[in-house]
Design a protein around this ligand. Structure first.
Ligand code: ZN
Length: 81
């Protein structure tokens, strides 16, 4: 969980409350003072898999970082002395 404004991971939880089956937390970014909420709730394994599938699709279409690793990109040519 990072700040939606500045992507900082330094977040402070200053309130949390139960609303039905959910826990709502008030968070504040210590870097930029952005305040926002997060919600925790139950999730079935099927729901989690569906979300991860969507995330993978988004990552595939918009990969700016190019995190794909090709295993045969470096096959030992460091020995040219
Ligand atoms: Zn922030």
């Amino acid at each position: 969980m990072n700040c939606p404004e500045c992507q900082s991971s330094k977040l402070n939880i200053y309130d949390s409350r139960h609303i039905g089956d959910h826990v709502v937390r008030k968070r504040k970014c210590m870097a930029c003072d952005e305040r926002f909420y997060t919600i925790e709730s139950y999730m079935s394994a099927e729901e989690l898999e569906a979300i991860e599938a969507i995330r993978r699709e988004q990552h595939d279409t918009g990969n700016e970082n190019g995190s794909t690793i090709t295993p045969d990109s470096n096959n030992g040519d460091a020995d040219d002395t």
